[in-house]
Design a protein around this ligand. Sequence first.
Ligand SMILES: Cc1ncc(COP(=O)(O)O)c(C=O)c1O
Length: 380
Amino acid sequence: MKFETIAIHDGSLPEPGTGAVSVPIYQSTTFYQDGIGKPRAFEYSRSGNPTRAAWENAIAKVENGRYGLAYASGSAATLGTLQPLLLPGDEVIAGNDTYGGTYRIFEKILRPYRIRTNYVNADNLAEFASAITPRTKLIWVETPSNPLLKLIDLAALAEIARKNRILLAVDNTFATPYFQQPLNLGADIVIHSTTKYIGGHSDAVGGAAVTNLEEVYQKLKFYQNAAGAVPGPFDSWLFLRGVKTLKVRMETHAANALAIARFLEEHPAVGRVYYPGLPSHPQHALAARQMSGFGGMVSLVLKGCLGAVERFAAKTQLFLLAESLGGIESLLCYPAQMTHASVPPQERARRGIGDDLIRLSVGIENIDDLLADLRQALTD
Ligand SMILES: Cc1ncc(COP(=O)(O)O)c(C=O)c1O
């Protein structure tokens, strides 16, 4: 079956009791037991809930994985993946272009427990390979990355990880499983901020992890229950609903993003455009091979630095100045002070996140309206 059929049918079969085709929201914390030691399928909703179970099944199916786990946010999914797999003295290798909150987890939560992260250029395979030490347990990448939309060759990186007996975890938030399935390319774990494209409507914060490895799943599952950062039944239901329309939304996000990237690339007020779908993107060929579409995120550098950025952000009307991404409405973000404010200024500069960088999450509005909005915002 193709992606959209799986997303609609495979994740959530009609509910057996009533035949409801939309999985019911089981808004219950606890479940009646038939006797001492005789629970039915569910006992307590931190450990498991029928709506959440349907959502966990659906996210596993669309990532073509065996086991899915849902979390209260993408950050909870990140920590809920890293912490149970790492011990003091272990090392991680991470691309140097990730969501700022992920960097914060590496530096402010894991490092004090002597779990050290070494950063390498997010698009340089050789640097990942040469950063491996006997202590390396896990490689963490975003591809395309946030906010500079760098790519890494996942099949090649998975091969390096496999040869060195290291786990490869991929944050697939930007690409979504519709455009890229990292497990198929050899990754061990996929994580998502489902707050973004999978939820798709900017109305629920959530996260997910998917793996094929039983041992990894058991560790993550134990931690998920013990730490308890799980989504409630209603948010689980929103993500179940979101995943069903992911295909149609992603097609429009990507078509709009390509048109906008092309427009910006030609505009005299714009210094640089980052979008994997542009032939000028250094890894355009890899993007075309590894992904089935280029996604809805576009970053750009404006000529004229902070003043130009402030004027642009003040003038856009459809692109709303806000954190987050992946919703149906277009958003504009200033990474230096918003999504990547938790990365110290010197580290930001080292990573190439300048004070002139803007990140656009291109929505699914009419493209002519979006282009007109950007055109007027770029006009003095
Ligand atoms: C790529 C990526 N991963 C993880 C996260 C964290 O997700 P959440 O905000 O749902 O905790 C974000 C948030 O922006 C993100 O962009």
